[in-house]
Design a protein. Structure first.
Length: 149
């Protein structure tokens, strides 16, 4: 069963690590097999300005479910994340803050505060890991062999 989805990733800061950028880009291409995928990269500055820019992007997203990546969020196993995506009947918007975190108003806009791990990652690594988990979840939902149980 093909699960068509719509994803929008809002991320602060450009990818400075060229290797990680290439891997992330490859995952975004693979993810497009399962639906429309947008990436909006906002300039990094300070947390209040970044927060304002994120909120302006979120204001454009009517009728969507917002996942904000945050260290105080809930951790999910891959299959639980896949189940959350499968249950959606709306566009999924994912927010990744910059190196100094997120403004409180961005976290308040979240439908889900999600933590990738108890470990701390750079915002670049978080973008790569998000794309990998999105691809893994969608491949799993569509009967692919990328995810092993």
């Amino acid at each position: 069963m093909q699960c068509e989805r719509f994803f929008h990733i809002i991320a602060v800061g450009r990818m400075k690590d060229k290797n990680l950028d290439k891997l992330t880009s490859e995952l975004l291409v693979r993810l497009r097999k399962y639906g429309k995928t947008e990436l909006t990269v906002l300039p990094d500055s300070d947390v209040p300005r970044e927060g304002g820019a994120i909120i302006r992007e979120l204001d454009k997203e009517r009728n969507s479910v917002v996942f904000v990546l945050s260290e105080e969020g809930t951790e999910w196993e891959t299959t639980k994340f896949a189940a959350r995506l499968e249950a959606l009947d709306k566009k999924a918007v994912f927010v990744i803050g910059g190196p100094f975190g997120l403004a409180p108003e961005v976290k308040q806009r979240a439908d889900f505060l999600w933590s990738l791990s108890k470990l701390t990652f750079t915002h670049e690594m978080a973008r790569f890991l998000l794309c990998e988990q999105l691809f893994r979840a969608m491949n799993f939902l569509n009967g692919g062999t990328y995810h092993h149980q």
